[in-house]
Design a protein around this ligand. Structure first.
Ligand SMILES: [Cu+2]
Length: 118
């Protein structure tokens, strides 16, 4: 019991420390920002997506720009005109999109053929 209590305390301390560090800005590891926007285009290989995004508080104003994807597989369900939310991960001199969620499908998508083999 005693040992477990001590472990729990240390674990909680570790979580708190990590949170405090990542919350205070620039230095270690990657920063995450919530991005909300509209897909303008997707590169054929799915390596990057051009997004017209809103304000990203603390990082950049609203603009249209191209971001590489953390996981190109996420591009498969993206189409120009889709509204998305995503995590913008900034670190090591690059900014990439992850955890992309389509919040609103573009109307055009339904007109596309169903079968698409990888
Ligand atoms: Cu930008």
């Amino acid at each position: 019991m005693n040992h477990f209590g001590r472990f729990a305390f240390l674990a909680a301390l570790a979580v708190f420390t990590t949170t405090a560090v990542s919350g205070c800005g620039s230095k270690p590891g990657a920063q995450r920002y919530a991005l909300r926007g509209e897909v303008i285009s997707v590169t054929p290989g799915g390596t990057s997506v051009s997004v017209k995004h809103g304000d990203i508080p603390g990082y950049m104003p609203a603009m249209t720009m191209s971001y590489p994807l953390a996981d190109p597989k996420e591009a498969r369900d993206l189409h120009a005109g889709d509204k998305i939310t995503a995590d913008l991960i900034v670190g090591n001199g690059r900014a990439e999109l992850a955890k992309i969620v389509v919040t609103e499908k573009t109307k055009h998508a339904s007109a596309e053929p169903e079968a698409s083999k990888p």
